[in-house]
Design a protein around this ligand. Structure first.
Ligand code: PLP
Ligand code: ZN
Length: 378
């Protein structure tokens, strides 16, 4: 049976509805022993739930699923290099956040919880709302006022109660935490069950590469839910003796909001307080990443690094991917801009996997604005 474990003071707690952080204030991890019965796994349908024995949900009846996951892994050329892109905007809500939401809401249902609250820059809110709707669970979502209108529409369409907060993303989180006094905190950054959904990214990449791992993963990082999920997933595969090592983890941040980059550059163990500027990459505009320390540790452990990209580089990557037939969110374009930077720096033969995390329809108004800007410059 799984238990909460505090990586800071090493206390353990049973999994209970009211417990979302440690007495010492730290976020909690999950102690859980996954299994990988491959014969059984490969006979199941191609969804992330084929890895059932590696997901900490006890009873099949509680699974809240829309048959999500097992997204395509496509090979693509960048300059003179071929890399693999996992098309993770092909989820029911249009972003990879469904990986976390399907597992977290299954746990919520298993625990018999009736109401949840979450704060988000948009996509996590959409995912938690959608899976709450599926599960018949009441849901409140706190978002910063500058969230793309498309995501607001999506959250409301799923029937969640939307709370728009006038302050920053950080202020939004504080408001949601106040509400979490009364309501279960289904937080994608605090709740480890979310990470035990996003970790399926690693399992799928491994399977899709013919049960092999890449050398490097290039992933966006704000709160690091995909980044840490991938790390946990590969670590579990290694601990189960399925693979020998964990790929290098390279994180991409926007220059306008790069606390992890600054920590990485200065060799700090904790992200410093930063002055955040506006960025079109709203999905990674996180000034105070809850699991910052854990992200930095994962980078050190895997020999990875953090790269930053400018607004202009993000805009260019967005246009370039559009011309290849991929309509993506600016946040995903930031990943591609970072991927390009990484490939230029390395330029050697490495098997690299990156991802497209969110679809363009999530931010079509902002994208339209970018396109018009571009035209007036030409
Ligand atoms: C949430 C999100 C990210 C980054 O996720 P973090 O957990 O904050 O690191 C990247 N891309 C998209 C489209 C997202 O919605
Ligand atoms: Zn603790």
């Amino acid at each position: 049976m799984e238990r909460f474990f505090c990586p800071n003071c090493h206390q353990r707690f049973p999994v209970e509805p009211t417990r979302w952080r440690c007495e010492c204030g730290s976020y909690l991890d999950l102690e859980f022993k996954p299994r990988f019965p491959l014969r059984r796994i490969t006979r199941r349908e191609p969804t992330l739930w084929r890895y059932l024995e590696a997901i900490p949900i006890r009873k099949g009846d509680f699974i809240v699923s829309m048959k999500e996951g097992f997204t395509p892994l496509v090979e693509m050329e960048f300059g003179d290099q071929r890399i693999f892109l996992k098309i993770d905007f092909l989820f029911p809500t249009g972003s990879y956040k469904d990986r976390g939401a399907t597992v977290l809401l299954s746990k919520v249902k298993e625990l018999g919880i009736r109401r949840v609250v979450e704060d988000s820059s948009g996509n996590a809110g959409s995912a938690i709302s959608a899976y709450s709707a599926q599960a018949g669970i009441q849901c409140e979502i706190y978002v910063p006022h500058n969230t793309s209108s498309e995501k607001l529409a999506q959250i409301e369409a799923y029937g969640a109660v939307l709370k728009r907060i006038e302050g920053s993303r950080e202020e939004t989180a504080r408001k949601a935490i106040e509400a979490a006094d009364q309501i279960y905190y289904a937080s994608h950054c605090w709740n480890p069950f979310f990470l035990h959904g996003t970790k399926t990214f690693a399992f799928e990449v491994w399977e899709q590469l013919g049960w092999k791992i890449p050398d490097t993963l290039v992933l966006p990082v704000g709160h690091g839910t995909l980044f840490l999920g991938a790390f946990i997933g590969f670590k579990e595969l290694r601990e189960a003796g399925m693979i020998k090592r964990i790929p290098r983890l390279v994180g991409i941040q926007s220059m306008a909001c790069a606390p992890l980059y600054q920590a990485w550059e200065k060799g700090l163990e904790e992200p410093p307080l930063i002055q955040k500027k506006e960025t079109i990459a709203e999905g990674i505009a996180i000034a105070e990443p809850v699991r910052g320390r854990q992200i930095l540790k994962a980078i050190r452990e895997t020999g990875g690094e953090i790269l930053t990209v400018s607004e202009e580089e993000i805009r260019r990557s967005l246009m370039e991917m559009g011309k290849r037939g991929y309509f993506i969110e600016p946040t995903s374009a930031a990943t591609i801009a970072g991927l390009r930077k990484y490939l230029r720096k390395k330029g050697k033969k490495e098997k690299v996997v990156s991802t497209l995390t969110g679809m363009g329809l999530k931010a079509s108004e902002k994208i339209l604005h970018l396109i018009h800007q571009t035209k007036s410059h030409e």
